[in-house]
Design a protein. Structure first.
Lengths: 259, 242
């Protein structure tokens, strides 16, 4: 009995010190000078613009990764092709790769002297590179959630549908998609969280032009470095609230036991 | 995906100094060493605390448990820069506890512990749920103590999951940037991790030097991923045999 409480106490104590208290602290710091000051800090033109940029990036990156993720998962599970094992490992790579390295990669490709430097429009230090970097880092989530479910449901229903004369698109839309929809939803939630919160890769490729290529996470750092702590903490609260909303969505969509 | 990474590898050989010189520059070596040792320390702490927390979440029953369970994913959902800021608010200058670890190596370990918290818990939890309690009961009826049961019966079953969680946490810690950048102070030779070093090289217009150190990180992450893949294959084979 004593041991059980000891373990419980240790586990909860560790989580409190590492997770709960720090996050609670941000809320306290943000509202130190009152709710009004915090509200003013997140409604400055720069903050609003950063918020807009973040949303635009997420609106492009999340659908792109959802479509790619489903296609890629189907390719990995349902088809055989040479180099499949490598593709499988590469899909996971963004999870293990430093975001700064990802940023550097795009900088080298599209920056001055890069392989694709002569495009007719700005890529680096502009929105396209930020979107590309975000797509890169949030790529694995849908794939990783959908692959195990596709394996689990097998091909029998899909085969039945095609023997009944369904085209492959019909089979996908009426049979496969309903079966994987929760996994897709869960993957989309994770992708969105990552896309909204990306910092390292975006900070390398954006050039951090305030009021132009600032995302919400970059805005937090920029405010902090300019000693505007209320601004930094208030923007952090916005991001933390988004994270909490993500957690709620995750517990709704989480694959349940035995499903 | 491969084209951008190929560009990094290519660039790492294009600098004024050779790849080897760029990687063995004292500041780079010190950053890589710090990153490596901090990540190992973080992986070890995670192995112990992650297993313990997973155990409490699966075997214990208390009020608010599902809330705690949902909370575990917070570091995945929270942007890393916010994570760094939160830790700085609590364990930095003017923190409420008077604990100030800002701009020290302890701060780096703290930030890495925060962002890697879920990995071991989330790999161990499902295995622990599936684990047959009859084995433990059999061991207990044969006179084994609680510690003996854990060491001889439970732990061998959990080990592959712990290892794979630790590897994921290690890979993440090696490349972490956002949470570390505010709290570590980025003092060269002291609290500068590899990602921050790369960032600094980029900012000061030395993409080749940045690329060289990046290649080292790339190699480490890829090796870790391959190791995890191998581990998974071994575990599934074990399942099939059982």
């Amino acid at each position: 009995m004593l041991r059980r409480y000891g373990l419980r106490f240790t586990a909860l104590g560790y989580l409190t010190l590492l997770l709960v208290l720090p996050v609670a602290m941000v809320f306290r710091r943000a509202f130190e000078d009152g709710v009004g000051a915090a509200w003013d800090a997140v409604t400055t033109p720069e903050a609003k613009h950063a918020f807009l940029i973040t949303i635009v990036i997420a609106l492009i990156a999340v659908p792109a990764n959802t479509i790619f993720g489903i296609a890629c998962a189907i390719a990995i599970v349902r088809h055989r092709f040479p180099g499949k094992g490598i593709v499988n490992a590469i899909v996971d790579l963004p999870l293990a790769l430093s975001p700064v390295v990802v940023g550097l990669a795009f900088l080298l490709l599209f920056g001055t002297g890069g392989w694709f430097a002569d495009l007719p429009f700005d890529v680096i230090f502009a929105l396209p590179a930020m979107v590309l970097a975000t797509i890169f880092v949030s790529l694995p989530f849908v794939v990783r959630e959908v692959v195990p479910v596709l394996r689990e449901i097998g091909t029998e229903q899909e085969q039945a549908a095609s023997t009944l004369g369904a085209s492959s698109w019909q089979t996908f839309r009426r049979v496969t998609l309903p079966a994987i929809r929760w996994a897709v939803a869960y993957g989309v939630v994770l992708t969105t969280a990552r896309a909204l919160g990306e910092f390292g890769a975006v900070s390398v490729v954006s050039g951090r032009i305030v009021g132009k290529t600032d995302t919400l996470t970059l805005h937090v750092e920029e405010r902090f470095q300019s000693f505007d702590y209320v601004g930094a903490y208030a923007a952090s609260v916005v991001l933390a609230l988004l994270a909490i909303a993500t957690l709620v969505a995750m517990s709704v969509f989480k694959p349940k036991e035995g499903r | 995906m491969l084209v951008p990474l190929a560009a990094v590898v290519w660039k790492s050989t294009q600098g004024e100094q050779s790849f080897w010189d760029a990687v063995t520059e004292p500041q780079a070596v010190s950053a890589l060493k710090l990153t490596f040792f901090a990540s190992v320390a973080v992986a070890l702490v995670n192995a112990v605390m992650g297993t313990l927390i997973a155990w409490v979440l699966v075997r214990d029953r208390f009020r608010g448990q599902s809330f705690v369970n949902a909370l575990i994913d917070l570091p995945f959902a929270l942007p890393t820069i916010v994570a760094g800021l939160t830790l700085l608010a609590l364990y930095g200058p003017n923190g409420p506890f008077g604990v100030d670890v800002a701009f020290s190596r302890a701060a780096i370990v703290l930030a890495l512990l925060f962002v890697t918290l879920p990995f071991v818990i989330r790999t161990v939890q499902p295995v622990l749920l599936e684990l047959d309690r009859e084995m433990e009961e059999a061991a207990a009826s044969l006179g084994a103590g609680a510690i003996q049961i854990f060491r001889r019966v439970v732990f061998p079953n959990l080990f592959p999951a712990v290892l794979s969680g630790v590897a994921l946490a290690f890979a993440r810690a090696i490349g972490e940037f956002g949470s570390v950048v505010l709290i570590s102070g980025n003092l060269p030779f002291k609290t500068e991790v590899a990602s921050v070093y790369i960032f600094g090289r980029i900012e000061s217009g030395d993409p080749a030097g940045a690329a060289a150190v990046s290649v080292v990180l790339l190699a480490v992450s890829f090796a870790t991923l391959l190791a995890i893949g191998g581990l998974r294959r071994r575990v599934t084979r074990h399942d099939r045999a059982a």
